[in-house]
Design a protein around this ligand. Structure first.
Ligand code: HEC
Ligand code: HEC
Ligand code: HEC
Ligand code: HEC
Ligand code: HEC
Length: 211
């Protein structure tokens, strides 16, 4: 009994191992694309993948679904790997819902405290350090003509309008400073700040001396 059980188990294991290798090779061959294959010949992701998988996904989402199932429907996610994107990204791996709205990608996104899909600097990972498109070829200036935010003065005087830089969390200052150091690109620049001062919203490194 035990012998035959073991033999059966062994055959099963060999079969499953062969199948896994075959699947791996097959999927490896199919997983190429503009971002290149995301797994090696034995079907494994490279080391450090957890910190870089977003980049391969952003370049070519289709190559993930072949092994991980749906990227938009949590019930159909997991695929042959049983590793669902939704385990770590409860709202899914793509941009949050309603993202095209300025209140979403601007107010809660770019203007927020740094996190997943929040903080202006996080956008540069995919949209490029110059916001001109980066690895996803979507430029902020395709909608915002001159800057990665609404046009000057970006200070709406319309009651209840949301388009105003006022809601920007101050932790974003270093990213704003990359374009606005010493008042650059601002209608009313500040006097140049002392050398070595940490960029801030209210210390005369850009626009305001006091809150
Ligand atoms: C050929 C199949 C295959 C493809 C294609 C594939 N994966 Fe995976 N992925 C796996 C397997 C198998 C695992 C579980 C083993 C491991 O962690 O490497 C896994 C695990 C992961 C994990 C969890 C890693 C961890 O350390 O917990 C992430 C994240 C991930 N994949 C992201 C992606 C993304 C993003 C893509 C598309 C760019 C992708 N995968 C494409 C097979 C694949
Ligand atoms: C084991 C947990 C885990 C799984 C499973 C996982 N991710 Fe991630 N994901 C992370 C972590 C951690 C980060 C932050 C990585 C960093 O920036 O260094 C991240 C970041 C991302 C980002 C970038 C978000 C941003 O604001 O910059 C995308 C896009 C993404 N993952 C897509 C996917 C896709 C697609 C899958 C499924 C194929 C997946 N992830 C599965 C843990 C996971
Ligand atoms: C992990 C990569 C990644 C990150 C990080 C990222 N984006 Fe995107 N973004 C994309 C991709 C891919 C598209 C095109 C497909 C889509 O709309 O999802 C896109 C499209 C957009 C669009 C157009 C949406 C539409 O429906 O027309 C806006 C607006 C946008 N991103 C804003 C932002 C902002 C603001 C941030 C930072 C808070 C950001 N993105 C961070 C990958 C990313
Ligand atoms: C990639 C460069 C870039 C980044 C990053 C950037 N800006 Fe700008 N900003 C500009 C440009 C260019 C203009 C002029 C736009 C115009 O003429 O319509 C501008 C104009 C402005 C104005 C209008 C000023 C005036 O005098 O009317 C404000 C306010 C502003 N930016 C705030 C910010 C804040 C806050 C951040 C960070 C969250 C930021 N900017 C990040 C490029 C940038
Ligand atoms: C598909 C068009 C589109 C793209 C692409 C786009 N935006 Fe916007 N964004 C808008 C609209 C529409 C608004 C609402 C305000 C307005 O009309 O100017 C807005 C508003 C904003 C606001 C201001 C929100 C507020 O409350 O004042 C910020 C900040 C912003 N976007 C950042 C970005 C960044 C960063 C990118 C690139 C990563 C980007 N946007 C790409 C359409 C877009």
């Amino acid at each position: 009994m035990q012998m035959s059980h073991r033999a059966e188990g062994h055959t099963g294991q060999v079969f499953r191992a062969c199948l896994a290798v075959l699947m791996g090779l097959l999927l490896w061959a199919c997983s190429g694309g503009s971002g290149g294959p995301s797994v090696n010949q034995t079907g494994e992701h490279p080391t450090g993948w957890l910190n870089s998988h977003w980049s391969a996904y952003a370049k070519n989402p289709d190559q993930c679904s072949s092994c991980h199932g749906s990227l938009t429907d949590s019930a159909a996610a997991g695929g042959i790997t049983k590793v669902s994107c939704f385990t770590c990204h409860p709202n899914g791996p793509g941009h949050p819902e309603g993202w095209a709205s300025g209140l979403q990608h601007g107010r809660t996104g770019a203007e927020g405290v740094a996190g997943e899909w929040t903080g202006q600097a996080s956008c540069t990972k995919c949209h490029g350090s110059d916001y001109a498109g980066g690895i996803v070829a979507v430029s902020c200036t395709q909608c915002h003509t001159a800057a990665p935010h609404p046009e000057a003065p970006w200070l709406s005087s319309t009651p209840n309008s949301h388009a105003s830089h006022n809601a920007t969390d101050v932790s974003n200052a270093p990213e704003c400073w990359r374009c606005h150091a010493d008042g650059a690109r601002l209608t009313t620049p500040t006097a140049p700040a002392p050398a070595g001062i940490v960029p801030g919203c209210y210390n005369s490194t850009m626009c305001h001396g006091t809150p």
